[in-house]
Design a protein around this ligand. Structure first.
Ligand code: KG4
Ligand code: ZN
Length: 349
């Protein structure tokens, strides 16, 4: 079954053709440079950009996959939430149009499900060859979400922890801004930190330290950074920038890693999955892997770089999982975006 997948949930216009877990093509048109000076995505700009680019990314994805034409596609999968309402709408409208015109089933996919399964998405040759070994704790860390998911089986999810304020990626984006850098902040903070070997010079507070709480909170940490920066002269700040970035990053990642450790112990789960834009961060990967190994478990990351970020390939794979169970949209015209869609709404009852 060849599936065309579309994701327009945030600032990437993305299309992909997949067969099961194998990605035949993946095309994205990023808007990220457009927001460099805005500090984040601007919804009205995003909508226009998606509308202008969606046909092109679909055409390219079909061409690269060698499937060529929409007539040869068996089903279309689309992200219907969570995300920016007016951005999601562009992808949904296009998927509805294709499903109706070519009389193929439409599959509605939760964007966070995509991130959760992303470590299992394969290239066109079928690599990596890994199989599921349930149960997992999935740690999903992106610009919009920070969630710990009890992933007990295919399509069975329970949220065991989430952020009470900023998402991990959002916290890094805001920290970069406080330090005088543009969006997205995650890669900048990672680079600055690496330059000083990730030294934790300032030892900012680790929020929600208790082992009984599985939720995250990063806004207090952001305030701590802000006050520290305000207490420094411009010259001092500039000389300390690497250490401020690095200490902030360590605090965010310690919080993610410690909560995961407590959850592993409480639920007696050894297998961890990491997904979302922040998952690309090498420092986070190393810290998480070290902890998980000490606990006697194993951790899986998305294998290819693009799979960490928003992409339609992971949506295609979830689309396939749903299609195999014949979970299609019943009334194509009635599929609506759900900007605050939760993973719980996508769990099999
Ligand atoms: O998953 P994603 O592409 O989009 C959302 O669904 O949010 O994640 C984007 C987030 C941004 O907050 C960005 O700063 C962060 O991922 N990010 C990183 C890195 N690259 C991107 N965070 C830490 N280290 C990175 N290298
Ligand atoms: Zn995402």
């Amino acid at each position: 079954m060849k599936i065309l997948a579309i994701d327009t949930s945030c600032d990437e216009t993305s299309a992909s053709v997949v067969i099961g877990r194998r990605v035949l093509s993946h095309v994205e048109y990023s808007q990220v440079l457009m927001y460099k000076d805005w500090g984040g995505v601007v919804p009205s700009i995003a909508k226009r950009a998606h509308q202008e680019r969606i046909d092109w990314v679909i055409e390219r994805a079909l061409k690269i996959s060698k499937v060529g034409k929409l007539e040869s596609i068996d089903a279309v999968a689309v992200t219907y939430g969570p995300g920016l309402a007016i951005a999601l709408e562009v992808g949904i409208l296009k998927a509805q149009e294709i499903a109706k015109k070519y009389k193929i089933p439409l599959i509605a996919v939760n964007h966070m499900e995509g991130h959760l399964y992303s470590p299992f998405v394969q290239n066109s040759k079928g690599n990596p060859k890994r199989d599921f070994s349930f149960p997992y704790i999935g740690l999903l860390v992106s610009g919009g979400h920070t969630e710990m998911v009890l992933f007990s089986d295919i399509l069975h999810y329970e949220i065991i922890g989430e952020t009470l304020d900023d998402a991990a990626g959002e916290a890094l984006d805001k920290a970069a801004r406080i330090l005088g850098f543009g969006y997205p902040g995650g890669p900048i903070i990672e680079r600055l930190s690496k330059e000083v070997n990730n030294e934790d010079a300032y030892q900012f507070p680790r929020p929600m330290r208790s082992s009984k709480i599985f939720d995250f909170s990063f806004s207090g940490l952001k305030t701590a950074l802000l006050y520290k920066v305000k207490s420094l002269s411009e010259k001092e700040k500039n000389s300390q920038i690497n250490f401020l970035a690095s200490s902030f990053q360590e605090a965010v990642f310690d919080s993610l890693v410690n909560k995961t450790k407590f959850a592993m112990r409480k639920w007696e789960i050894k297998n961890i999955l990491l997904g979302g834009g922040v998952a690309v961060n090498q420092r986070l990967r190393i810290k998480l892997k070290k902890m998980v190994n000490l606990e006697g478990g194993s951790v899986k990351f998305p294998t290819y770089k693009y799979l960490n970020f928003d992409n339609a390939a992971m949506i295609g794979y979830v689309g396939y999982i749903r299609a195999k169970r014949k979970i299609f949209v019943k009334n194509i015209s009635k599929l609506e975006r759900i900007p605050r869609l939760s993973l719980l709404q996508s769990t099999l009852k």
